[in-house]
Design a protein around this ligand. Sequence first.
Ligand SMILES: Nc1ncnc2c1ncn2[C@@H]1O[C@H](COP(=O)(O)OP(=O)(O)O)[C@@H](O)[C@H]1O
Ligand SMILES: [Mg+2]
Length: 433
Amino acid sequence: MSSSALAPLLRPVVALPATMSISDVADRLLTAEHKAFLSLPVVDDAGRPLGLVSRYRLQDIFMQRFGRDLWGRRPVVDVMNPEPLIVSLETGLEEAARQITGQLQYPITEDFVLVDGAGRYQGLGTVLDLLKAMEVRVAQRNRVLRRALTELRESQTQLVQAEKMASLGQMVAGVAHELNTPLGYVKNNVELLRELIAPLFELAEAQAALGDCLSAADSDGQALARALESAAQARDRVAPELLAGDLEQLFADTRYGLGQIGELVVGLKDFARLDRAMSEEVDLNDCVRSTLVIARNGIKDKVEVLTRLGELPRIACAPSQINQVLLNLLNNAAQAMERFGRILVKTWAEPDALCLSVQDDGCGMPPEVLKRIFDPFYTTKPVGQGTGLGLSISFKIIQDHGGSIQVASEVGRGTRFLIRLPLTQAASLQRSA
Ligand SMILES: Nc1ncnc2c1ncn2[C@@H]1O[C@H](COP(=O)(O)OP(=O)(O)O)[C@@H](O)[C@H]1O
Ligand SMILES: [Mg+2]
C-alpha cells in the first residue's frame, strides 16, 4: 500500500459499525484522536464503506430540542451521508484531486474515504492534506517547468545562432567561390607575364652584346655580324608589335580581377559589421548594396537581381541585423525559383517610414503556407535545406526595430515582402543610445 501515491494522505481511522448509536458516535467525535476529522466512516460487516457521518450533522441534531433524546439511541446509518467521496488508493494523486475537488461541496463538512482495490475501507483522508500534497506537487512541477523553460530558451538561442551560421556559411561559400575565379585568372596572368617577359631579358642581353661589339676597337666583321644576327633573332622572339597589345590586355584583365577581389572584400567587410551597435546612422541603401554583393554570388545562377533604390534619409538601426533579414529574403526568393527568375529590390522613403520591398517571380505560396511562414521551424523545404527559422528571425529583428514585415503572394506568380522601418522609432532608439 505504501507504493500508492495517496499513502501519505491515509489516516488509519477506525470505522464505525452501522449499528453504533448516534450518541456513541458523537462521543467518539469528541475524543482527542478524532478531533482532526470532520466526519467518521461507517462500514458494513465486509468492511465496505456505507457512508460518512459528519460532525456538523450531529451538532445539528443535538442542538435541536430533545435532539439527543430523540436521536441518540438510533443507529448511525440513519444520519450518515450515504454517498461520501470514495477514492481508491490505486488512484494517482492528481486524478484523486480531480475527483475530490470536482465533487466538493462548500462549506467543506466531510473528509473522504480511501479504499483498496477490492473496495474495502482503508482509512480517511482530509481535504486539507490533499490540498497540501497538491501544493507540493505544483511547486515541484513549477521547478521542472522553469528548468524546461531555461533549457528551451538556451536551445532557441542556439538554433537562432545555427540559422545565422547556416546563412553565413552559404554566403561565405558563395563568396569563396566568387573570389576563386578572379584569383585564378590573376594567377594565370602573372604566370603568362613571366613567360612573355623572359625574351625581353634575352633581347636586352643580345643588344648589350651588340653594343659591346660595336664599341670594341678590335672587333672583326664576323663577330659583328654574329652579334647583329642574335640581336635580330632575340627581337623576333620578343615580337614587340604583338607584345605591347598582349601586355596591355593582360594588365587590364589582371587589374579587373584584382578590382573584383577588392569589391568582394569591401562587401564582406560592410556586411559583417557585426560588432557595431544598434542605433548607428545608416543608409539603408548601403545595406542593400553590401548584402547584394555578398548574396549575388550564391544566387546568380538562379536569378537576376534588379534594384531600384530611392533617396533615403539615414536611419538608426543595427545594420548587421538588417543585412541578415535581407539575405534571408534574397535566399528565400532564389530558392522559390522554378526556372531562371528575377528579384526586384526597391527602397523608398515615406514621411514617417523607410520602405524596402523584395519581390520575386518564383513559385509563390498558397494561403495555408502563407499564414505559417513566420512560425519558428515552419519550412516546406527538404531536411537539410531549410531550418524554418529564417523568417521568424527576420520577423523578430524587424519587430525589435519597431517596424513591420508584410507579405503578399500568389501561387505561380511570385511573392513580395514589404518591410517598413519607422523613422520616429529610429529617432527614439538613437536617443536612447
Ligand atoms: N519568396 C518566397 N517564395 C515562396 N515561398 C517562400 C518565400 N519565402 C519564404 N517562403 C516559404 O516560407 C517558408 C519559411 O521560410 P524560412 O522561415 O526562411 O525558412 P526556410 O527558408 O528555412 O524554409 C519556406 O519554407 C517557404 O515555404
Ligand atoms: Mg529561409
